[in-house]
Every structure is written in C-alpha cells, then in structure tokens.
Design a binder for this molecule. Structure first.
Ligand code: SAM
Length: 239
C-alpha cells in the first residue's frame, strides 16, 4: 500500500473530484499509484522530464496492479498529456513556483483541455496565484500544511470565464484561505512565523548607521499585510 507524506496527501486530497489526472513531475509516480489504489481516480498520465525518475516511475507502475490505468511518459511539462487521454486535471507539485508558472506558460494548448489544476509550489505561491488569475483560472480550494520541518501551500483551480483579480493580500495568503470558515493551524503558525521573521529584519534594518529607507518601507508594508491577513482569519476556528 502506498503511504504518502503529509504534503503529498494534502495534494492528493485536492484532486477530488477528478477521475482522470496527469501528474506532471511525477518522480516515482507515488501520487497516481496512491490515488488509483484508493480508487480515487480511474486513469493517470505520469509525466517526468528526467530519465532516471521516469524509469523508476515506469518500473513502479509496471510492477503494480494498475499498469492498464497509468501511463508513464518521458516529457517536458504538460506535453506529457495528449488530448485523447481526456485528462480532467493536471497536478504539478513539489517544485518552485516559478518553474510551475514556466510549465503552465509552455502548456497553454494542453491547459484548454483541462477542467482543473492542483498546484503545490514549494516557494513563490503568490506568483502561482498571480499566474492563475491572469490566465483566467479561479482558485477554488487551498491548504497549508507543515511536514518534516517545512510549510507547504497548495491550491486547486478551475477555468473561469474572465481574468481574476486578486488583491495583494489574496495573492499572498490565498483567496479561499481568507474567507474560509476555518483555517488550518499550520496556516496561522506559518504566517505568525513569517511575521516574527520580518519584524526581526525590520528591527535590524532600523539599527543600520544609514537606515535603508526603501527596504524599511517595503518591509513595513509586508508586515502590515501579514497582520491584516492574520486579523482577517483570526475569527475562524483552527482545525
Ligand atoms: N511531484 C512529486 C512530489 O510532489 O512529490 C515529485 C516532486 S520532485 C521534487 C520534482 C519532479 O519534477 C522531479 O522528478 C523533476 O525531474 C520533475 N520535473 C521538473 N521539471 C519538470 C518538467 N518541466 N516536466 C516534467 N517533470 C519535471
């Protein structure tokens, strides 16, 4: 039985209700194998650009009970998907946000075939949200988890009729997090951590012989934004 990390489990949970997925940057194909084993999907493309992980993924799938339902392809980004696959949702997880946006930019044609995206950037989640908004994808669900000493943000999105406009706070913390009835405990602890970190940096900047005015004002604005977000989500009961 495939056991996922807490991070990848949270990504897997966001793939509901999609039954045909593409896992882009599948590495060892753990996510699609888990989803198929749990009967949460019927079909998956496992895309991987590096030959080593691709061969391991292919071996794992071949040795599983699901070789008929999972296709492993050596391909760059969304080029792993063919229209005939009838994939509903692409998952791109465990990479930097800038790489995720590059993969999305290079796959505009394939994106028109999809009904959903699940993205888990290790950094620059705000840049991923901005990309989605500008390309008419609406964020419908988000999560933030703490796993093995790191915080991870993730999101699900669906095509929207028009471009979305997210405020700086929505881009930073996630639009659905800010309106959620409950935010995860990890959400609050992550943003408290970031707040303390930035307050420390601001205090240091202010002690400089010649305080850098532009940096101080940028840091002050970032701190105010995080405080605003923490206040906005303070009403929710943590889970
Ligand atoms: N998605 C898995 C997860 O979340 O655990 C694996 C994450 S692993 C850190 C990132 C994987 O993405 C690597 O196996 C890497 O080779 C692959 N990758 C990076 N760029 C890619 C691209 N343009 N197309 C397909 N795979 C890519």
């Amino acid at each position: 039985m495939v056991k996922l990390s807490k991070r990848l489990q949270a990504v897997a949970d966001l793939t509901a209700p999609w039954r045909r997925i593409a896992d882009i940057g599948s590495d060892h194909a753990h996510l699609p194998l888990y989803l198929r084993e749990q009967n949460k999907i019927e079909f998956a493309v496992c895309g991987e650009v590096i030959p080593g992980p691709y061969e391991i993924a292919a071996e794992h799938v071949k040795n599983s009970a699901y070789a008929n339902n999972l296709i492993v392809r050596l391909a760059d980004g969304l080029q792993a998907i063919q229209q005939a696959d009838q994939v509903d949702c692409a998952v791109i997880a465990g990479m930097g946000g800038m790489l995720i946006t590059q993969i999305l930019d290079s796959g505009l044609k394939e994106l028109t075939w999809l009904k959903g995206l699940v993205l888990q950037p290790n950094q620059n989640a705000d840049a991923v949200r901005q990309w989605l908004a500008e390309h008419s994808w609406q964020i419908t669900a988000e999560n933030l988890v703490f796993d093995e000493g790191h915080y991870y943000q993730m999101m699900a999105a669906v095509p929207a009729p028009v471009k979305q406009i997210y405020s700086p706070l929505q881009l930073l913390m996630g639009p659905t997090m800010l309106t959620a009835q409950n935010v995860p405990v990890a959400f609050t602890s992550y943003w408290q951590f970031k707040l303390t970190q930035k307050q420390g940096i601001l205090a240091q900047l202010k002690t400089a012989a010649e305080p850098p005015v532009a940096k101080i004002s940028k840091m002050t604005a970032e701190i105010a934004l995080i405080e605003e977000g923490l206040n906005a989500t303070n009403r929710s009961t943590n889970y």
